[in-house]
Design a protein around this ligand. Structure first.
Ligand code: HEM
Length: 433
């Protein structure tokens, strides 16, 4: 079992996890464990009783050494103050301001698909492309050192430090060293130094009265202050944006392209819409509102392959739910992975049917039945950024190229690391339209 948890926790969940409103194991190996599927129970955990939960231990053991007091891993007053300080960073005005950069970076990137007859790993490509978008919107590519080296270091960092260790699962105390601590320590130190120098250079520019670029880094530095963020928290949040803000979107894009390639009739609708709208409107912001089918395909892909497969909490007190008491200390898992394929809540749960997410059908989906971005006070702060980026990228890619799987009989197996990844990548060809 440890091996499954280490390699691919998704494979742990038996048929009942996709049928029952919840599964509660009061005395599991790592303590009491709850898997919550019932949307009412999920609302109870993430919203109504949010204050009776803290972030789950395993997630903190894995992520806190990397992200420290970044928003994703901060708790209590630090989280409250940081979330408030960061609200102005994520206003629609600022997110909309990134649309042109998203378009520019994508247009540069997709020229690689013009050479026909080449196979591409679209899973890898989407990670590279979303990293390029993030590097541009986060620090306008003013990164200390070589950007390629920077990107490589991030990958290594999350592959090593950002992994669940079997010792984490059986509650071995945190002071017992894990092998990953030795492999990851050097990379983490190097990476933090790069980020720190990048931030200092920008702060110096601002202090000298130079006009800084309008990017996340400048916005974060504007949030600096006693009631806002400290310099160390800005550093933690830059690393958090990198960790939370590009691989998630990349996974969702990769799975969208895969699912569309498997369903040519759906792909034709998205291609038609993307061609028509990108030709008609020059401002990429107009695409976001005017491509409902493309958006629906992306949302349906996040239903079947939620980039963040688990949202985990720990109960700080006994919680009553129906005739059960969820004991203090229980690890509570809200799992988009099981919830989004649940047999009771979805019609044909395993089928790719983008029309579920068209505006006229959207009302039939309960708010707590579909949670790619979570819910409640800790809902994803980058949601609109991610959706805007995805529509712009899909609009450009699918209006210009048709993507097909090289081996159409092969099902890429989903593997849960920090995100849901296709094992072996997504080998595809691109044909200019
Ligand atoms: C498709 C893309 C994305 C998905 C599926 C996703 C998913 C999620 C989920 C499920 C959570 C909630 C975690 C919880 O409640 O424990 C979350 C939180 C968060 N996300 Fe995202 N995310 C995406 C993109 C982004 C982007 C682009 C950014 C930043 C630029 C971002 C930054 C964050 C941060 C900082 C948090 C922590 C919020 C808090 O605890 O207050 N995410 N994300």
């Amino acid at each position: 079992m440890f091996w499954i948890v280490y390699n691919n926790p998704i494979e742990l969940w038996g048929a009942h996890s996709y049928r029952e409103p919840y599964v509660y194991i009061p005395s599991g190996i790592g303590g009491p464990l709850l898997v919550a599927n019932d949307p009412k129970l999920i609302r109870h955990i993430l919203v109504e009783k949010a204050k009776s939960f803290k972030l789950a231990k395993t997630r903190q053991i894995v992520l806190r050494p990397i992200l420290q007091d970044g928003l994703l891993t901060a708790e209590n007053p630090v989280w409250k103050r940081s979330r408030k300080a960061m609200a102005p960073v994520f206003t629609p005005k600022h997110i909309h301001g990134f649309a042109d950069a998203m378009r520019r970076v994508t247009e540069d990137y997709v020229t690689k698909y013009e050479n026909q007859g080449i196979q591409h790993d679209l899973a890898k490509d989407m990670t590279e492309l979303t990293f390029n978008v993030l590097a541009e919107t986060l620090f306008s590519n003013e990164i200390e050192g070589d950007p390629k080296e920077f990107e490589h270091k991030i990958e290594r960092l999350f592959e090593t430090v950002g992994r669940v260790d079997p010792l984490d699962i059986v509650n071995v105390p945190e002071w017992v060293p894990r092998p990953k601590h030795f492999t990851g320590r050097g990379i983490l130190k190097y990476f933090r130094k790069l980020v720190r120098t990048t931030i200092e250079d920008r702060a110096e520019k601002i202090a000298k009265g130079e006009t800084p670029p309008d990017d996340f880094l400048t916005l974060l530095l504007r949030a600096e202050g006693p009631d806002g963020l400290s310099r160390a928290e800005i550093e933690d949040n830059v690393i958090t944006f990198i960790g939370a803000g590009h691989e998630t979107t990349a996974r969702a894009l990769g799975w969208t392209l895969y699912l569309l390639a498997k369903a040519p009739h759906e792909r034709a609708k998205v291609e038609e819409e993307a061609k028509r709208i990108t030709a008609e409107y020059s401002n990429p912001l107009d695409w976001v509102e005017r491509m409902p089918y493309t958006r629906a395909a992306f949302e349906e892909a996040m239903r079947l392959y939620p980039p963040a497969p688990v949202i985990s909490r720990e109960a700080l007190e006994d919680i009553e739910w129906e005739d059960t008491i969820i004991k203090k200390g229980s690890q509570c898992l809200v799992m988009p992975w099981t919830l989004h394929r649940h047999q009771v809540y979805w019609d044909q749960p395993n089928a790719f049917m983008p029309s579920r997410f068209l505006p006229e059908n959207r009302g039939k989906i309960d708010r707590y039945q579909y949670l790619p971005f979570g819910a409640g006070p800790r809902v994803c702060i980058g949601q609109s950024f991610a959706i805007q980026e995805a529509i712009i990228i899909l609009g450009i890619m699918l209006s210009r190229f048709r993507f097909d799987m090289v081996d159409s009989d092969k099902e890429p197996w989903p593997v849960q690391k920090l995100t849901t990844q296709p094992d072996g990548g997504l080998n595809m060809t691109a044909t200019p339209l």
